[in-house]
Design a protein around this ligand. Structure first.
Ligand code: SF4
Length: 250
């Protein structure tokens, strides 16, 4: 079906679909009118209200939400989809934190714990080159004994081995940790990383910002204010970033 527009694909899957939205829901008349109002707002580029957002969350199925989101996406980007080919590098899984949902981390002395050597990092980057990756995504644990310089060297090594590779590295949780370790401002940390070869930041660590939930699932991690402040600082320095939400922890 390549080349078909998303709406054409939806029409193929849901031939009964009305032009306004795909709906698998049993909405009453008021709810259907509200959905039509929201759809009109989306098409007109207007913001929806908080209550309308709650309504979408509670009553509307994922395909309808996808259809609404796609209208905005097409308005902004046309009928294009962008992607890159990337490879992941998680240089250590040893982590001082104990986020409840995390199956990746290991204690310092755990037999599961690992830390990449420089040679292993270079091998991973070679893999990226061979497989044609254009980006490397680097995130990992906050190692109890590794200094900031070690994390900086991870980026330096990648950049040295394959300078053309886009390095997307370290979530705000890690940047916050580096700032804490070095007692230096976030801006300084980011500048050091950029000098070493950092190209952009991933959006991890954004899982549920509401303090009540965040305290239950990852109480020591950078809170919402820090997370946003770090992204803001990154943007001020010309870095691009995104936000990644994980949900369904319980
Ligand atoms: S900070 Fe990251 S690696 Fe460490 S426990 Fe939390 S999610 Fe896992």
């Amino acid at each position: 079906m390549s080349g078909l527009r998303d709406r054409q694909i939806l029409n193929l899957i849901f031939p009964q679909r009305k032009e306004s939205t795909v709906s698998l829901m049993n909405l009453n008349q008021n709810e259907q009118e509200l959905l039509d109002t929201i759809t009109r707002k989306v098409d007109a580029g207007e913001r929806i209200t908080f209550d309308e957002g709650v309504f979408l969350d509670e009553k509307v199925d994922i395909l309808t939400l996808g259809d609404l989101a796609n209208r905005i996406r097409e308005r902004k980007n046309g009928n294009f989809a962008f992607y890159n080919t990337n490879i992941h590098l998680n240089p250590t899984n040893v982590c001082v934190y104990r986020c409840k949902f995390c199956a990746f981390r290991a204690d310092l002395k755990s037999p599961r714990g690992y830390t990449f050597t420089e040679e292993m990092i270079r091998e991973r980057v070679q893999e990226a080159r061979i497989t044609g990756a254009t980006e490397i995504h680097v995130v990992g644990g906050l190692h109890h004994q590794k200094k900031f310089e070690w994390y900086l060297d991870v980026v330096r090594t990648i950049h040295d081995e394959y300078p053309e590779l886009h390095i997307k590295a370290w979530t705000p949780v890690e940047i916050n940790w580096f700032s804490f370790m070095t007692k230096k401002p976030v801006r300084w940390v980011l500048e050091q990383m950029m000098e070493a070869g950092l190209s952009s930041m991933p959006g991890g660590g954004a899982e549920i910002f509401h303090p009540e939930i965040r305290e239950q699932i990852c109480e020591h991690k950078a809170d919402a204010d820090s997370w946003f402040e770090i992204h803001r600082e990154a943007h001020n320095l010309g870095l691009r970033s995104n936000a990644t939400i994980l949900y369904g922890h319980y």
